[in-house]
Design a protein around this ligand. Structure first.
Ligand code: NAP
Length: 309
């Protein structure tokens, strides 16, 4: 039986791995489908302390994993399909294998929110994408008009990044003010290649019949006027949804699916702890995720010490 299983290898999971490994608990760390978490899909991270010039998101996560492994964390590429947290030991099924553990730290993060349009799912990976760093340099997007949807830091970051490749980037936002932090908003709005389109939503992505993106149908929320804007790609950056579906029925969560810890980082099930974006809809920063990963690890370590007294 495992002492500690950690689900997720973003900042929260790998920090929890580092702390529990240094406490000689030899944690088993399951990566999920995106090893390194969402930060691996970003370009330069400028607000993680200790890197005055910034650091590439992938490089940061690679370093965190190596640091945890140095102290005995075992990182395994596997996705958790189901859990049984109703008794002891706690049980997880990952890639068909049942894993038993005394404690569980859930750091499963959050995934990109979708617009919810039928045309969006039909054209996903055919011009509709959720990651500029991953897909922005594709030949199909070069020197073409591109659309970014959203008004937060992610949308600003995506739009700014895409100006390297696009002829113009249209930033479609449903309000007339960006939600993004001041520095990101100013940087975005002063970029001559970025054209904001305010008070507007995408109602359809065209053209599913041609199996590629040719334009978007837009509606202005103030005037109700409809229009069509030519573009070769749509980058959706409208926030995230927590990856917590498999814990429904076992763990307390809010109406949006964010896990709600009870004591420190411990959930309503003793021995089950949470860290990072799957339990945080307010701060959602790399450094706060790392902080809660540390807290969850300390809580798990103390729980095990009490159990084995
Ligand atoms: P966010 O801050 O929640 O912003 C989501 C944006 O999408 C909002 O502008 C929202 O509009 C819009 N939106 C939501 N649902 C929509 C829908 N169905 N249709 C159209 N628009 C929709 O998400 P985020 O930008 O991903 O940022 C998440 C967190 O990560 C934030 O705390 C952010 O600071 C952080 N982050 C930081 C950095 C950085 O510091 N470098 C980079 C990326 C993210 P409204 O404004 O009208 O609600």
């Amino acid at each position: 039986m495992e002492k500690v299983v950690i689900v997720g290898t973003g900042c929260a999971g790998l920090t929890a791995a580092l702390y529990t490994a240094r406490a000689n608990l030899s944690p088993l760390v399951l990566t999920g489908i995106l090893p390194g978490g969402l930060l691996t899909t970003t370009s330069i991270v400028e607000n993680y302390p200790g890197f005055p010039e910034g650091i590439d998101g992938y490089a940061l996560m690679d370093r965190m994993q190596k640091q945890a492994e140095r102290f005995g964390a075992r990182v395994k590429f596997a996705t958790v399909e189901g859990v049984d947290l109703s008794g002891r030991p706690l049980k997880l099924t990952a890639d068909g294998e049942v894993i038993e553990t005394q404690t569980l730290i859930i750091a499963s993060g959050a995934s990109h929110r979708h617009l919810g349009l039928e045309s969006e799912s039909l054209l996903e990976k055919k011009g509709v994408t959720y990651c500029a760093t991953c897909d922005g340099a594709l030949p199909v997007f070069r020197n073409q008009p591109l659309v970014v949807v959203g008004g937060g830091d992610s949308a600003c970051e995506e739009a700014t990044y895409l100006t390297r490749f696009a002829s113009v980037v249209y930033l479609i936002h449903r309000r007339d003010r960006l939600r993004a932090s001041k520095i990101m908003a100013e940087r975005t709005l002063s970029n001559a290649k970025i054209k904001p389109v305010w008070d507007t939503v995408v109602t359809e992505i065209l053209d599913a019949k041609l199996d590629k993106v040719t334009s978007v149908r837009l509606r202005n929320l103030k005037s109700n006027a409809e229009s069509v804007l030519d573009c070769a790609g749509v980058f959706v950056a409208i926030g995230h949804v927590p990856n917590t579906q498999i814990y429904k029925g076992f763990l307390d969560m809010d109406e949006n699916g964010y896990l709600t810890p009870k004591r420190g980082m411990e959930t309503n099930v003793p021995g089950v702890f949470v860290a990072g974006d799957c339990a945080d809809h307010i701060y959602r920063q790399a450094v706060t995720a790392a902080g809660t990963g540390c807290a969850a690890a300390i809580d798990a370590e103390r729980y095990l010490a009490r159990l084995n007294q």
